[in-house]
Design a binder for this molecule. Structure first.
Ligand code: 5AD
Length: 360
């Protein structure tokens, strides 16, 4: 039997041995990731209530269904009151954390709105919730302001660490610049956020070498949390024309699971999310991710009437990823994977806590 031996400092070639399909028995990889997870972060899964509060976006990413140029969706923007109701719901469900996500806007009104919202949420929930923001690239000043108003964590995916591929999947202008994305990630970390990133897996033109390098990027950066998922085509986006180049859905699903498992093995105490896109490819996709090393799940708590319009990619009618997110249903599914749920716990990244202690 082959064993999973990763060097202290693995390189692309070392990772490829486990990442490529059919090179290594993947179930063994998943089992090992499960053991590493148990040893370093335990068997608890933490909930983050996801509030997708607006799909209005100033960006035009070629892969994304809510890109500015897509005229085929109804744009929406929840009121502060609706967001507060969702935040209180998360508290009642003992999720202990929420994620505020929306399309990217950088104007003054938006910045001020988030600032106020953070304060309102903390007031309303007596500071019991940890808040993650997923609101794209902003200036360091804005990130600082939001941090001081009570944001704890920030998710900003690098999408791909390959600059050339990054430029192929985004327009070529200052709004979609890899360097700006990198600087934003660095600012977040410098300011003290628990910093999260991630990539899409199975993009057209992407190779296994790219994916191995994505893992090395996360390790080198010293990221605290990761959410990565399969790329899924959306018919109202420019990248749809490359759909014939895509790996099959099964390949994208399993490549994502192997990425999660490898990342767990070589960054043992970070937080890794079982992402929604996985569930879109396979009804049990998130549960499979939990068994391959993930330890965070993000139930969607956006009010029902808006959910259909936050469509980043095509979803299949038979796998309505939002239908199964009631707390009872989710908790039963999680227990089935042999895990328990960290109700009422923030579930901060242990890696983050460790690096903050080291710093002082
Ligand atoms: N398929 C999979 N993930 C996507 N995202 C955007 N569009 C798609 C797609 N078509 C992801 C991006 C972004 C996150 C909010 O959603 O990685 O950072």
């Amino acid at each position: 039997m082959k064993s999973i031996q990763l060097n202290q400092k693995p390189d692309t070639i070392d990772l490829l041995k486990f990442l490529r399909p059919d090179e290594f028995p993947q179930q063994e990889l998943f089992n090992e990731a499960g053991r590493v997870r148990k040893k370093y972060v335990g068997n608890k899964v933490y909930f983050r209530g996801l509030i997708e509060f607006s799909n209005v976006c100033s960006k035009d990413c070629y892969y994304c269904g809510i890109r500015k140029s897509n005229k085929n969706i109804a744009r929406y923007n929840l009121s502060d009151e609706e967001i507060l109701v969702a935040a209180v719901y998360a508290c009642e469900q003992r999720y202990a954390s929420i994620v505020l996500q929306s399309g990217e806007l950088m104007n003054k009104m938006f910045i001020k709105r988030i600032d106020n919202l953070l304060k309102k949420i903390h007031r309303k929930t007596n500071g019991t919730l940890h808040i993650t923001l997923s609101l794209g690239e902003q200036s360091k000043k804005t990130y600082r302001q939001w941090f001081e108003s009570g944001a704890h964590r920030y998710l900003l995916r690098i999408e791909t660490a390959n600059r050339k591929l990054y430029s192929q999947i985004h327009p070529t202008d200052a709004l979609h610049d890899f360097k700006v994305r990198m600087r934003a990630l660095e600012s977040l970390r410098e300011l003290g956020y628990q910093t999260g990133t991630g990539v899409m897996i199975g993009l057209p033109f992407q190779t296994y070498d790219d994916l191995a390098n994505d893992l090395l990027f996360m390790k080198d950066f010293g990221i605290d949390m990761v959410g990565m998922g399969p790329y899924i085509e959306h018919n109202d986006t420019p990248m749809y024309k490359y759909r014939s180049l895509l790996w099959t859905e099964q390949e994208r699903l399993f490549a994502t699971l192997r990425m999660i498992a490898l990342l767990r093995i070589f960054m043992p105490d970070i937080n890794i999310a079982a992402t929604t896109a996985l569930q879109s490819l396979d009804k049990m996709g998130r549960e499979k991710a939990l068994m391959a090393g993930a330890n965070v799940i993000m139930p969607n708590i956006t009010p029902g009437k808006y959910r259909d319009n936050y469509r980043l990619y095509n979803t299949k009618p038979c796998t309505d990823e939002r239908a199964d997110d009631s707390t009872e249903c989710l908790s039963a599914r999680i227990r089935m994977t042999g895990n328990s749920i960290g109700y009422g716990e923030w579930g901060d990244s242990k890696y983050y806590t460790r690096r903050r202690i080291k710093k002082t």
